[in-house]
Ligand binder design. Structure first.
Ligand code: SF4
Ligand code: SF4
Length: 393
């Protein structure tokens, strides 16, 4: 079956420009009225990873939120709620809403903010790689007439990209998210968990904000990269295919997409997609840098045990930046962090490389570090990639 993925160029966050682009983006999918019916109560879930200004590109831009909420009301919605839950709230949720610009944008469009931490919860049962597990998500995701996901185009040190499928992780409120990193420590297990969660939740429209994206060491402290693109589809895997297409990334190298293919959810290749809207060739961006797929996860367990001490990626402190706030210690699901006079320190033996600490650090004092052997492996992989690219050109 062919899935439609709509691409729309948009070169700034000027509200009128974004509003026009969102309208055009949705036209090939039938417009917002194909999703929102008269009187609908709609839940919109952007990415509110950190308490940062919109210009940092760690969160969905408020102009995109405002444009989408307005579209919902124009199509006949009676109520529109906007909310998300970051990995951990330090201080007041309202501080996140204000700093990210979410509250102002939502209220300007006539919507209301929803605090996921305080909302009623519902349990979902999942089977992840043969293991039964359950997750507590906000109940509104089931009570709303329509749920719209507004993901942000970003990289991720663990899963390479964080896009439309991974945006569902935020329906689990607060600290509980970090515990799933502990339960599913390997990237393929975690990818399976996030995908099974996404498959279970009734999100019917997926829009990605890639106007100003983030690359390199995402999802919280990477580089802002202007990609000038909005992507939409009814299927989140298809949106992530759109993401890969635009930044020239092989979907097979993305663990979540690999798992989606293995279970037959969403398109399995670009051949299963009909790109509509702005022509694909006009949307391609150069120089978007995605963190490498850690080869450590591709190695069988018994070999891994033998070489675990030699190949790893993990957090590393930039000592001059650490303000000793302790947020990293509080979020760490493996209890691998201590904060002393010199700042945060990481216990390599305990660390499961989930990078939650990096996500919550308010001053970007944590970077990803690779062991010497891993650095060599990654460099060789890069050389191989460049050689094969040159061969194909
Ligand atoms: S590394 Fe960041 S999160 Fe951890 S104590 Fe230092 S400033 Fe706080
Ligand atoms: S130290 Fe950081 S990367 Fe390692 S387990 Fe703790 S939160 Fe995850």
């Amino acid at each position: 079956m062919v899935t439609k993925v709509s691409l729309q160029k948009c070169e700034s966050y000027e509200l009128n420009e974004v509003a026009a682009a969102v309208k055009k983006l949705l036209e090939p999918l039938g417009g917002m009225s194909a999703f929102v019916k008269h009187g609908y109560k709609v839940l919109v879930k952007p990415n509110m990873l950190s308490c940062k200004e919109p210009e940092r590109a760690a969160t969905t831009h408020p102009s995109v939120i405002e444009a989408v909420v307005r579209e919902c009301f124009e199509a006949g919605a009676s109520e529109v709620w906007v909310g998300d839950s970051p990995p951990a709230i330090f201080g007041r949720t309202e501080d996140f809403w204000n700093k990210t610009g979410f509250a102002k944008a939502t209220e300007a469009a006539g919507g209301k903010m929803l605090c996921f931490e305080k909302a009623e919860k519902a349990n979902v049962d999942l089977n992840v790689l043969g293991k039964d597990t359950s997750a507590s998500v906000i109940k509104t995701v089931f009570d709303a007439d329509l749920v719209i996901s507004l993901s942000k185009m970003k990289t991720h040190n663990l899963t390479r990209i964080t896009g439309a499928v991974k945006n569902h992780f935020g329906f689990i409120p607060g600290f509980a998210k970090a515990l799933f990193h502990k339960k599913f420590t390997k990237v393929h297990e975690f990818s399976a968990f996030v995908t099974e969660l996404a498959r279970t939740l009734p999100v019917k429209l997926h829009i990605m904000d890639g106007i100003e994206a983030m690359d390199l060491q995402g999802p919280a402290s990477g580089r802002v990269k202007k990609n000038n693109i909005l992507i939409a589809s009814e299927n989140p895997v298809a949106v992530d295919f759109g993401f890969c297409k635009v930044v020239k990334l092989n979907p097979k190298s993305v663990p979540i997409m690999k798992y989606c293919k293995s279970i037959g959810w969403g398109p399995s290749s670009f051949d299963d997609i009909e790109f509509v809207g702005t022509k694909v060739e006009d949307c391609i961006v150069n120089g978007y840098i995605v963190p490498p797929a850690p080869p450590v996860y591709l190695i069988p367990d018994f070999v891994l045990e033998l070489i675990r001490k030699m190949i790893w990626t993990g957090p590393n402190l930039k000592p001059n930046k650490c303000v000793k706030c302790g947020r990293c210690k509080n979020i760490c699901p493996a209890k691998a962090i201590e904060v002393r006079d010199m700042g945060a320190s990481f216990d390599r033996e305990k660390c499961i490389s989930c990078f939650c600490c990096m996500e919550v650090c308010p001053v970007e004092a944590i970077e990803m570090k690779a062991s010497p052997l891993m650095s060599i492996i990654l460099k060789l992989r890069n050389v191989k990639r460049v050689l094969s690219r040159n061969k194909n050109e």
